[in-house]
Write a protein of this length. Structure first.
Length: 235
C-alpha cells in the first residue's frame, strides 16, 4: 500500500512542520480548501438517505473535484454511521477550511474519535502544537507525534526528526529522517543531508547500520484503502 501513494506524496506534499525552525520552508494548505467555483444543489437532503459506503465514495469524488463543502455533507453522513475513512476525511477538511464554522473544534472532534489511528495522531499533534481549539501544549503535541511516528506515519517521522534536531540529538534526528525518507517523504531528503553534517564519520556509519537493521520496523504499510485515498488527496 505504501508504494501506491508514495509517488503522489512526493509530488504533492508541501510540508507541515511541528516546530518553528522549519516554518519558513513549510506551507499550510489553507487556500486549498476554498469554496468550489460552482456549488451543487440538493446535496444535503440527498446525502442523508445514503448508506455509509456510498456516501463516502461520493464524498471522495467531490473531494477530488474540489467541491469541499459538498464533500463534507457526504462525509458527515458516513461519519455519523461510524465510517472511519469518512471521519478522518471530514476532520481533515475542517482542519484546513478556515471559513467553516468551528472548524478546529470539528477537526478535533473527529480526529480524537480516531486517536488510535496514525493519521489522526499526527493531526492531534498539530492541533496541540498550534493551540487550535485545544490549549497549546508542547507535551501533548509531542505525545501524539511520538505515537504517530511509532506507527511509521512518514510526516510524523519527519517532524520527530526535526524535534530531535532542535534538541541537538543528531543521531536520533538522523535516524527518523532516514525512516521518513525511506517512506517517500520528500522533505526528509534535505533533512537527512542537514543532520548528517552534524555527525562524525563514525557516528554516521553507526547510525546507518542501525537504520539498515531497523528500517523494516518503521515502514509505512497502511492496508486501509480509505486512509490511502485520503493521503493521496492531502499530501
Amino acid at each position: 500500500m505504501k508504494d501506491s501513494w508514495k509517488s503522489s506524496l512526493k509530488d504533492k506534499f508541501k510540508g507541515l512542520g511541528v516546530f518553528l525552525v522549519v516554518f519558513g520552508g513549510i506551507v499550510l494548505f489553507n487556500t486549498v480548501f476554498g469554496e468550489p467555483p460552482i456549488k451543487l444543489s440538493g446535496i444535503g437532503k440527498y446525502s442523508k438517505s445514503m448508506p455509509a459506503e456510498e456516501a463516502r465514495e461520493i464524498g471522495f469524488i467531490l473531494f477530488k473535484s474540489k467541491h469541499y463543502a459538498d464533500a463534507r455533507a457526504y462525509f458527515t453522513v458516513a461519519a455519523n454511521q461510524g465510517d472511519v475513512g469518512s471521519q478522518l476525511s471530514l476532520a481533515t477538511l475542517y482542519f484546513y477550511d478556515l471559513n467553516a464554522q468551528n472548524n478546529y473544534q470539528q477537526a478535533y472532534r473527529w480526529f480524537s474519535q480516531n486517536s488510535d489511528n496514525a493519521f489522526a495522531q499526527y493531526y492531534l499533534s498539530l492541533l496541540y502544537h498550534f493551540g487550535h481549539y485545544v490549549p497549546q501544549s508542547p507535551l501533548k503535541s509531542l505525545f501524539w507525534l511520538e505515537k504517530s511516528a511509532a506507527e511509521s506515519f512518514p510526516a510524523a517521522q519527519h517532524n520527530l526528526s526535526v524535534y530531535y534536531f532542535n534538541l541537538g540529538h543528531y543521531r536520533e534526528a538522523y535516524l527518523w529522517a532516514l525512516y521518513a525518507r525511506g517512506n517517500g517523504f520528500s522533505q526528509s531528503r534535505s533533512m537527512v543531508n542537514q543532520v548528517a553534517q552534524r555527525l562524525t564519520a563514525a557516528e554516521k556509519a553507526n547510525a546507518d547500520q542501525t537504520y539498515r537493521n531497523t528500517k523494516t520496523q518503521h515502514e509505512w504499510n497502511d492496508d486501509t484503502n480509505q486512509t490511502n485515498e485520503l493521503l493521496e488527496q492531502v499530501f
